[in-house]
Design a protein. Sequence first.
Length: 476
Amino acid sequence: KCHFLSFFLHLFTNFKKNRFAMGIFANYSTPYKYITNKAFIFIAHVVSTISDKINSFIIKGVLSLSYLKAFSVLFLLYMPFYGAAQKEANNWFFGLHAGITFNTDPPTALHDGAMFASRGCTSFSNKIGDLLFYSNGEDVWNSNHQVMENGHFSTGLYYLSTISSIAIPFNNDSTKFHFFCVNGSGNKSGKTNFGLFYNIVEPYYNSNQGRITVKDEFIFGVAYEKMAITRHANGKDWWILIHEFPGKKYHAFLIDDNGVSETPITTEIGIDLPVNWIDWTIGYLRFSPNGEYVAAAYKGNADRVEIYKFNNGTGQLSDVVALNCFEDPWGLEFSPDNSKLYITSYLAGWGPISDTLHQIDISSYNYLDILNSKVQIAISGNEHFGSVQMGPNQKLYLSRQDVDYISAINLPNELGLACDFVNEAIDLEGNNNWRSLPVFTQSYLNPADFSFENACAGTEVEFTLTNNYNVQSVLW
């Protein structure tokens, strides 16, 4: 009997590790588990008889079953914890006509990209991994790699921004996308306002030719280079975060069924950006996968990385940890388990290149512990490091300027050199990745997960949700 139940639980776990989306139902129709992220249906029905001696099977704190004789189990594709699937970030376009797709395993090069993105860019696919659109902040291309109707931004030159653009779907209309752009610090031509701008993209319009309807609608300024999006604690709405220039104010705007809020949640915290040092604004702004932390890189003479706690229920930041131990920090990315932060330097000028990739451990959230955890993972060699971006496969990828490959961190949750940095990880087959990789909200890169303890009949089995980000409810 113990072996019988253990067999099923280990079977469930093996499916979990392969990331099938599934719900497991006993004959009382109670979901045992749903997880993500395969886009096909797997159905099996197993019926067996359990001895009369099994008086109860208890799932701690949630479910008690008395005297089970029959145990019917149905595995089926259910749904992700949050209503979106997990392939929205499967197609990446970046650099000089470069691209990769995660619709293959391992990811492989794409050759049909029409875009040049020297820095910030984004792309978005549908729930089954079909490309919808991509952008460098200057143009928006459709799935046919043509600039969509009204898709050229003649002013602003957002593409020179660290994070030029980012998109999320409407809560109440899956055919429309909120599309945000932010100015780069050098982008002055043709603009009277500098900051965060709003657009609406309709990629399915006119048989997927696409169009932009609302365009270049000013939300807030002055702000440069930095923006990031994460889920609200309610699992439905969103926050978009920017840093005002000059000064030390962060502004978090709520995005819900009514659109973008007019009044942001403002927090004064961290570095005070001086009016005469606009280059301090250069560098990435990142949310952790669980939405509980924010990291910001400040390049130029600032040479600072700051980490904050973020309340994704209220939109407020707190508890800054300021680190002045990085030269020209630029790229940032968290590990999938939220415990590590990776930082790339991007050194200006010509001559010998000595860009670095570092890891710090933020799990204690103690300044001295974080400072002392700093480990150099790699040196760039002959070419600059650029962006760092998590992929749908939970690996991190690094752009490398003027080469036809990107680097990878295969085990980003591991400490120090155990993270397994690989210099030439994906061959771009002749295309140049410059220093850009597309930016996504982490919501599409962070599948839910669970663990369990004990697997014998007649004993208490405790199930633990090990990643509850985006989870609105759980039925065991």
